[in-house]
Design a protein around this ligand. Structure first.
Ligand code: 5GP
Length: 175
């Protein structure tokens, strides 16, 4: 069940505004490809990229995630690949949340093998206390404590992605 609102829409918008301003300052002259990690990052991705003032290429990748639990399995499989060639390009991987870091580490390795010029990570949320694999986070929106959150793209068993704010979700048996 939803237990408590963790981030309001205003707080989310402020974080995205801040990230976009920083990215706009460094994107000039770059051949950037923004990669949305489906499905969780999709709301963040469209809000972020629509605030960029230079033209960037966008693409989508999907890897397997939690399924219907709140714990990462630590092994990801590629569900949907990119359609553009990223060799020689500055790639920005756009994530909803970095928790253990295991998913992102695999995504970075996968994309890095395709010889991009650089790979950077943009994440809306980060739970640093849960990290099991150190991954370079170049652009972090908001750090949150160790709580399982839903809304603004984030799901529990595919539900709640469409909520405009971010809420803590507590599985029924723990509530
Ligand atoms: P990691 O591999 O870093 O543990 O987990 C990354 C993925 O797990 C995220 O992209 C997201 O899909 C999912 N995830 C991690 N923490 C949360 C959370 O608090 N809420 C939801 N809904 N998904 C999460």
């Amino acid at each position: 069940m939803l237990s408590e609102k963790v981030l309001s829409r205003e707080q989310i918008d402020e974080a995205i505004e801040r990230l976009a301003a920083r990215l706009n300052a460094e994107l000039a002259g770059r051949e950037a490809v923004f990669v949305c990690v489906l499905k969780g990052a999709v709301y963040f991705f469209t809000e972020l990229t629509s605030r960029l003032t230079t033209s960037v290429v966008i693409d989508f990748i999907q890897v397997s995630s939690y399924g219907a639990t709140t714990e990462s399995s630590g092994t990801v499989t590629l569900v949907k690949d990119l359609t553009v060639d990223i060799s020689g390009k500055d790639v920005y991987v756009v994530e909803d949340i970095v928790d253990t870091g295991l998913t992102l580490a695999d995504v970075i390795a996968l994309l890095g093998a395709r010889h991009p010029r650089s790979v950077q990570v943009v994440t809306l949320l980060s739970k640093p206390s849960r990290r099991r694999k150190e991954v370079p986070l170049d652009h972090v929106g908001i750090e949150i404590p160790d709580r399982f959150v839903v809304g603004f793209g984030l799901d529990f068993a595919e539900h709640f992605r469409n909520l405009p704010e971010i809420w803590e979700y507590v599985p029924q048996e723990e509530a």
